[in-house]
Write a protein that binds this ligand. Structure first.
Ligand code: THG
Length: 373
């Protein structure tokens, strides 16, 4: 069924999630490697997984979204220096979507940052070695912090029925959590952080398991509580995230992309008083304007399942490559073919139509802003 099928020889360097056994038992069929950990990509029925996510509720092993913990007296200063967003008003129990950049303003990661206390933060990271980066930066800056990867593994519960399910399981207090805010609790003695978050626009929570020996137990509790809601196992959903215009770091971005080229302009504040890595470079990008923009594509062809998996394909204007499409999908919600691409700003601003290549030839596409409506 899946394009590009390979067999992956497992070695100890490829880590197992605490939910690995449970996902295998639930029928996980396809995995990727993310932060050196196996992450399920499908349970064999991508359309069924999309329907569960958008109509009912889905559960995803996203343990590969590892945490980089910054703890100690300088934790706040260190977290701020690593983030291109103002953290001064952030309070305990709050999370924020932030960009982490290098000194040239290049996007290194797009984590959700959780403030557990005044001296303890978690960067919940996308796929890149941020532990090394954070350790190096904190040491070079002389911050009085410890940088570690704690035993923490998120399990996402996403979909229109997710809130009822999690409220029944954890307690009614989860209903009043604002986006990316969280509480600490236990479920049958399993220590959890429960956060209103997740990589979909269907609503939901992530249960951050704080004891890696109890993954199967947590998975089974959620699956049992979810049975009456029609819960199904799934994974971060390629089609829904394109419909919702959510950034896939490392998928939509290329080496050297800055946050403005990744659609993260509203999460970057280069003109704040605080110093942070890449500040001067980002001020320059803001002044000059980015060279490329992350945009939506409306593709004038019914491609069916031609592009079931994320693939990169050139975006052309005449003979010239003017961008790269990182996803093209058939949208069941919009009933048309849509995509996400990085395209030269001049082409976007001129309102040009472009071409993208598919397995069966070239398709015309018009450029639109994200998210799709
Ligand atoms: N869960 C956890 N950690 C993660 C991810 C996750 N870390 C990496 C990656 N995924 C982070 N990526 C995103 C991208 C977008 C959103 C969440 C995580 C998101 N964005 C909304 C938007 O762009 O419209 C809202 C942002 C806002 O308003 O602040 O939800 O999945 N644990």
């Amino acid at each position: 069924m899946m394009r590009g099928m390979v067999r992956l020889a497992l070695s100890p360097r490829i880590r197992r999630s605490p939910f690995y056994d449970a996902t295998i038992a639930a029928g996980a069929s396809d995995f990727t490697v993310y932060n050196k950990m196996l992450m399920p990509m499908s349970f064999g029925d991508l359309r069924g997984e999309y329907d569960a996510l958008t109509q009912r509720v889905a559960m995803w092993d996203v343990a590969a979204e590892r945490q980089v913990q910054i703890s100690g007296p300088d934790a706040h200063a260190c977290a701020q220096y690593l983030s291109s967003r103002d953290l001064t008003t952030m309070v305990e129990g709050q999370g924020k979507y932030v960009a982490m950049c290098d000194h040239d303003g290049v996007l290194l990661n797009d984590p959700v940052l959780l403030k557990l206390s005044g001296d303890r933060y978690w960067f919940s990271i996308a796929d890149a070695d941020m532990l090394l980066w954070c350790r190096a930066i904190s040491a070079e800056q002389g911050f009085d912090v410890e940088v570690s990867e704690p035993d923490v593994s998120p399990l996402a519960v996403q979909g229109p029925l997710a809130e009822d399910l999690v409220a029944g399981l954890i307690g009614e207090e989860v209903r009043s959590l604002k986006y990316f805010w969280f509480l600490e609790t236990t479920l049958e003695g399993i220590p959890l952080v429960v956060c209103r978050s997740g990589w979909s626009k269907q609503g939901g929570f992530e249960l951050f398991l704080q004891d890696g020996t109890r993954g199967t137990e947590l998975w089974d509790l959620v699956a049992a509580a979810g049975a009456s809601y029609g819960i199904a196992p799934g994974s971060p959903n390629h089609v829904e995230r394109v419909e919702s215009g959510l950034l896939s770091f490392g998928g939509d971005t290329t080496q050297g992309s800055n946050p403005y080229e990744a659609g993260m302009a509203s999460f970057v504040q280069p003109n704040i008083d605080q110093d942070f890595i890449g500040k001067a470079a980002l001020q320059q990008v803001l002044a000059d304007g980015p060279t490329r923009l992350l945009v939506g594509l409306e593709v004038g062809a019914d491609i069916g399942d031609e592009w079931l998996l994320p693939v990169r394909t050139p975006v052309l204007l005449g003979e010239t490559q003017v961008g790269t499409a990182s996803a093209i999908v058939w949208s069941p919600r919009l009933e048309r073919t849509i995509g996400i691409a990085q395209v030269d700003r001049s082409v976007v601003e001129a309102g040009e139509s472009v071409m993208v290549s598919g397995q069966r030839g070239m398709h015309t596409a018009s450029i639109t802003s994200l998210p799709f409506t």
